[in-house]
Design a protein around this ligand. Structure first.
Ligand code: KIV
Ligand code: ZN
Length: 510
């Protein structure tokens, strides 16, 4: 059986999803969980894109020991040098450098002739290969490129030092059969291709990202790229968990192995969903809430007689049953710390103490605290570390449909502001009051609420998407009270935008 490399780009292409704006410590939490999941390479970010991304990549490169850490760079010497500064502390640093090769991108975006594209690619790969032990070169929009042009440029970048050649389906345009043919063509026509690994990277615009990735594996690629939960630009990237499970369940067809620990799938999916504020649809393959639910009587009857009648994936395989342990009122610091570690939460003492305090408060209201509750609390506590903080919320609501809210928030400069406003319902009143306290217009474009577990004592998780100062960000808030969770989610989104602005300011001043 052949082994293929798994390249995760949740922290780079995934973070490019609209509204996703992760703090550095959240990226590190995801990185630790990806390491536990067993990915071979994680793309930690795009160091030259912002000061915040640079610092996050640098920290991940320092902390992650069991897999290669990659950073993205455009084809400029400055991007490559910045990426090296961020990645040089990694155990196995990798540069992922790209340049578009399709006629439409070369003519309209790059405004370069094909021979200039080849020269730029070769020059940059040669420069990068002086520092990086592995340089991965991507032909952006490969699936809309001329195949013979690809043959020419791929041969030259391999001669310049590229060890991995990635042919992305950047706009999710390819069909599975066509994508597989492209890889076979490159393998047959590039004379030095044996000196490099081939990689597939698919987007989901036509809903074909996973199918295309599997077709590429069938065509013999050595590496597969994707994100957790399929998050990413536009319709997203190929879902790594779906590819991983397809390869395991249909080993008879694909005949390949990976180093992934499939029992980490559910945990990884939940962590990414909570930290990015992007919920997983209930019907999503492998990780959706309904993926193992059997509704019809005929199916239930079949599953009770033999689970294999309607269940091709066992819940245990993806880590669902390992999620049974519950903590409660009598659980101590030690058991709680152990559980946090198992959940991939890396917390310094201050963060741990805060989380433990929140956990103890929750056990006063909720008998059994599940992994989901802990993850929800952890993401909430972490989100409170910077910026605006809610100090008081008061709501009065009557049957006339008008709600009045009073809030008190502490501003980043330490001053406290108190405001009141009315609204058609409680949530509207809260958001109007917070907007007034911020003295700036905030546009709310999404509001969603869900509970961590079932039952009356479940925690409420509220996800919002807001536009403030021209930036869009997702925010989330968790509380046993829905209205408090709503207020927290709003301020969380605002705080993410403020942090982004601070980094942009540092970048322009440095
Ligand atoms: O989809 C794409 O083309 C990319 C490149 C940066 C490799 O993400
Ligand atoms: Zn991509």
């Amino acid at each position: 059986m052949r082994n293929i490399d798994v390249f995760d780009t949740t922290l780079r292409d995934g973070e490019q999803s609209a509204g996703v704006n992760l703090h550095a410590h959240e990226k590190l939490e995801i990185a630790s969980q990806l390491e536990r999941f067993g990915v071979d390479i994680m793309e930690a970010g795009f160091p030259a894109s912002s000061r915040g991304d640079f610092l996050a990549v640098q920290e991940i490169a320092k902390q992650i020991k069991n897999c290669s850490v990659a950073g993205l760079a455009r084809s400029t010497i400055q991007d490559i040098d910045t990426a090296w500064e961020a990645l040089k502390g990694a155990v196995e640093p990798r540069l992922h450098i790209f340049l578009a090769t399709s006629p439409i991108h070369m003519q309209y975006k790059l405004r370069m002739q094909p021979h200039e594209v080849v020269e730029a690619a070769v020059q940059c790969v040669r420069h990068a290969a002086q520092y990086f032990p592995v340089v991965e070169w991507s032909a952006e929009d490969a699936t809309r490129s001329d195949w013979d042009f690809l043959v020419q440029i791929v041969e030259q970048v391999i001669n310049a030092g590229a060890k991995v050649i990635n042919l992305p389906d950047t706009v999710g345009y390819a069909s599975p059969e066509e994508y597989a043919r492209l890889f076979r063509y490159i393998r047959e026509h590039v004379p030095n291709i044996h000196r490099a690994k081939l990689s597939a990277h698919c987007h989901d615009d036509l809903g074909l990202a996973v199918a295309n990735s599997l077709a590429a594996i069938d065509a013999g690629v050595d590496q597969i790229e994707g994100t957790i939960n399929g998050i990413g630009e536009r319709a997203g990237n190929a879902s790594l968990e779906e590819i991983a499970v397809a390869l395991a369940i249909r080993k008879d067809v694909y005949q390949v192995e990976t180093n992934l620990d499939l029992s980490q799938i559910v945990l990884t999916s939940r962590l990414v969903s909570k930290l990015t504020g992007m919920p997983v649809p209930p019907n999503k393959a492998v990780v959706g809430a309904n993926a193992f639910a059997h509704e019809s009587g005929i199916h239930q009857d079949g599953v009770l007689k033999n689970a294999l009648t309607y269940e091709i994936i066992s819940p245990e395989m993806v880590g669902l049953s390992s999620n049974q342990m519950v903590l409660g009122k009598h659980s101590g610091r030690h058991a709680f710390r152990e559980r946090c570690l198992e959940l991939g939460l890396r917390l310094d003492d201050t963060a741990f103490n805060e989380l433990f305090k929140a956990f103890k408060e929750l056990t006063e209201k909720k008998k059994e605290v599940t992994d989901d509750d802990i993850l929800a609390l952890a993401t909430d506590v972490a989100g409170q570390q910077n910026g605006y903080e809610l100090q008081l919320l008061h709501i009065s609501y009557g049957s006339n449909g008008v709600a009045t809210s009073t809030v008190e928030i502490r501003k980043p400069d330490g001053s406290v502001v108190r405001e009141a406003a009315t609204g058609q319902g409680s949530v509207e009143a809260i958001y109007r009051t917070l907007e007034r306290a911020l003295s700036e217009r905030v546009v709310l474009s999404d509001y969603r609420i869900q509970s961590t577990t079932s039952g009356k004592d479940a925690l409420a998780e509220v996800y919002v998407k807001v536009k403030y100062h021209g930036h869009v960000a997702n925010g989330r808030g968790v509380d046993s009270d829905v209205l408090l969770a709503s207020a927290k989610s709003f301020l969380d989104a605002i705080n993410r935008i403020i942090l982004k602005e601070q980094f942009e300011l540092i970048a322009t001043n440095s």
